[in-house]
Design a protein around this ligand. Sequence first.
Ligand code: KG4
Ligand code: ZN
Length: 332
Amino acid sequence: MIILGIETSCDETAAAVVVDGTQILSSVVSSQIDVHHSYGGVVPELASRKHMEAIVPVVNEALGASGIDSKQLDAIAVTQGPGLVGALLVGFCFAKSFAFALDIPWVGVNHLEGHINSVFLEEDPPPFPFVALLASGGHTSIYHVTSHTGCELIGQTRDDAAGEAFDKVAKMLGLGYPGGGVIDRLAREGVPGNIVFPRPFLDKSTFDFSFSGLKTAVRRYIQKQMDTYQQEIPDIVAEFQEAVVDVLSYKVVHAAVVKGCEHIALVGGVAANNRLRERVKQEAGLKGLTVHIPSIELCGDNAAMIAAAGYHYLITGTVSGLCDDVYSRVRY
Ligand code: KG4
Ligand code: ZN
């Protein structure tokens, strides 16, 4: 089954052509970072307008690179939510119209299920059941995953998402938006522990997270060291990153042990973080668990993961209708 995937939930316009939910023929991601950079975050209306400009060229590029003619497509899968409504509507309405014009089925996909399915686009995917840590700009959750479209939420952030904390700390330090990549790079020049920030473990017996206290601790430190903190930025970000990584890696490994799962998947934009990738592998290894992490390009938002998740809906006959609408918030 050849599926065109489309993703416009936030600040990336993406399209991909994927065969049978596993083989990527093409994947194009057009980022709007330049548009939102100076605002220190995504401006929803600008995001929608940029998706409007980009959607047709991005889909054309993905089709061209795949060597597939639109008439050969079997179906379209598109992100339905959660995300920015105006941004989602661009991809959703485009997918609806294109599928109608081509007279093929189409299906709306939960963005978070898309991230979880990103591991199936790599070699050696995890067998079910497994535990997945989804850490992105909007979500930080742990799921017990039992099938491609079935998962149980077992823990989530009670305030900021991990990626959001990276972005906010980067903004405080004047490092621009988004903050994850730049903190990842700068942290290598610093030493965690030279400055000490708290590890927000909450109750160690739950799988919930909280990152706003850590963010506030960084803000307080900057305010206290107003005249000198600029020289300490590598140490500040190294310690901040280590605190986030300590909590994420502890909780996901603990969740796998409690759920009796031998496999862990790490997905979402924050899964691109080098220290997190390293630490989860290390700690899971100590317990004899195997970790599956997509390549960096498949961690961030992309349309191949949407096509991968959509495939599993389509093969079981789940399709969307012309009256279906997008949703901004997650249903689970
Ligand atoms: O999954 P994603 O592309 O979009 C959402 O669905 O939110 O995730 C974006 C988030 C941003 O907060 C960004 O700062 C973070 O992922 N991120 C990283 C890294 N690369 C991206 N966080 C930590 N380290 C990275 N290397
Ligand atoms: Zn995402």
